[in-house]
Design a protein around this ligand. Structure first.
Ligand code: PLP
Length: 399
């Protein structure tokens, strides 16, 4: 018998697989262009041309032996130094290569961070709704997931519920802002309150509770929204960054884990996280793309297309009467459903609209619409959303 844990996981994978199969069925019946697939968080803006230019330049000019060879597990020191300098310029911090470990995207980084932190039975708090892979990542290291609901008004974490959830086994809180699936950006006030609470609780326990900050959407923010840089508010923070969304490179698997020097046990964490990278089997983050991102650090993420989609879809759906949580970041709309979210998703499929039920993020009563699609898809989908609103009895509220 193979791993029972994996058999269970494969069974639970069915929501995403069903969605994928549904998309293929609809595409075969109506043509791919008539299916409005808002189910995936896959970037729809191509990487800036600087990425391909950097690849060509590196491949043509670097010594192939050293370019394709093994390296220190944390990644190329020069790449890490360049990232640290870029962060310092943007955020007024004082990082160096000694604070950065290159990772295989945020997913790789989160696994490195959790492998470094967790003893079996340690609790990790996640704020619901959350990226469901967190459950798998925590279970990889025999941790226990503790789910704390965010406020149902603005989807910021609620400190009173958080306080009640913390026990002497709490090792970390995973924070994801800008947030998947809600599109919410946590305010500075929220981060300050969370920092205060965790400082108090860490003191009470006599050992730190870490924030693991999952930041693949850091650069995807709109309306001049500021994303607080959490290490400035809480020293025991491990940042897991990724270029999957900001440079549209999800298939290249590149990101970093950042451990501030001020973190308690910094040296031990840094050393063991480097070893975790090795023994999890990544060994080091992919070599070529490390060098590529180092050359693209000053590239601004071109989010105009996402922003145009966001405004169009938000305005049109709101006008139809859909209730949407204020979307300030990432590329998701979080929409309240009048009844069960799964029924809403089923009704949407009738009009060739594919979206994900909130229950897939452990938060029923909502659906996630990923607007990282072409503008034409959104424009073509609007009559379908109108029919969906009619079917569900959703009406525009008269102010
Ligand atoms: N965390 C969140 C919240 C995500 O939405 C994703 C991907 O969609 C990831 C982590 C994983 O990102 P990466 O491709 O960098 O591993």
């Amino acid at each position: 018998m193979i791993s029972e844990k994996m058999i269970l996981l494969a069974k639970n994978n069915s929501v995403i697989r069903a969605m994928f199969e549904e998309g293929n069925r609809l595409a075969a019946e109506y043509g791919r262009e008539n299916v409005f697939d808002f189910s995936l968080g896959n970037p729809s803006i191509p990487s800036p041309s600087a990425v391909n230019e950097a690849i060509i330049d590196i491949v043509q000019n670097e010594n192939p032996l050293s370019l394709h060879g093994y390296m220190t597990n944390a990644g190329y020191p020069a790449v890490r130094e360049a990232i640290a300098k870029s962060l310092n310029k943007k955020h007024g911090t004082a990082f160096s290569e000694k604070n950065i470990i290159m990772s295989a995207g945020a997913a790789g980084g989160l696994n490195v961070a959790l492998k470094t932190l967790l003893n079996p039975g340690d609790e990790v708090i996640v704020i619901s709704p959350y990226f469901v892979e967190y459950g798998n990542y925590v279970s990889n290291f025999d941790g226990e997931l503790v789910v704390v609901p965010a406020s149902r008004v603005d989807f910021q974490p609620n400190m009173e519920t958080m306080r009640r959830a913390i026990t002497d086994k709490t090792k970390a809180v995973i924070v994801n802002t800008p947030n998947n699936p809600t599109g919410v950006v946590y305010s500075e006030d929220t981060i300050k309150k969370l920092a205060l609470l965790l400082k108090e609780k860490s003191k009470e326990h006599g050992s730190p509770i870490y924030i693991v900050s999952d930041e693949p959407y850091r650069e995807l923010v709109y309306d001049d929204t500021e994303v607080p840089f959490i290490t400035k508010f809480y020293k025991n923070t491990i940042v897991c960054y990724s270029w999957s969304k900001s440079l549209s490179l999800p298939g290249q698997r590149i990101g970093y884990v950042l451990v501030p020097s001020e973190a308690e046990d910094y040296e031990l964490i840094f050393e063991t996280a480097s070893i975790a990278t090795r023994i999890l089997g990544f060994v080091n983050a992919p070599a070529l793309i490390q060098k590529v991102v180092a050359k693209c650090l000053e590239q601004e993420t071109d989010i105009e297309a996402y922003n145009a989609n966001r405004v169009l879809l938000y305005d049109e759906l709101s006008a139809l009467g859909f209730e949407i949580v204020d979307p300030k970041g990432a590329f998701y709309l979080w929409v309240k459903t009048p009844g069960d979210d799964k029924d809403f998703v089923k009704a949407a499929v009738k009009y060739n609209i594919l979206i994900v039920p909130g229950s897939a993020f452990t938060c029923g009563g909502y659906v996630r619409i990923a607007y990282c699609v072409s503008k034409q898809t959104i424009e073509k989908s609007l009559p379908a959303f109108k029919k969906l609103a009619n079917e569900l009895g959703i009406k525009r509220k008269v102010p």
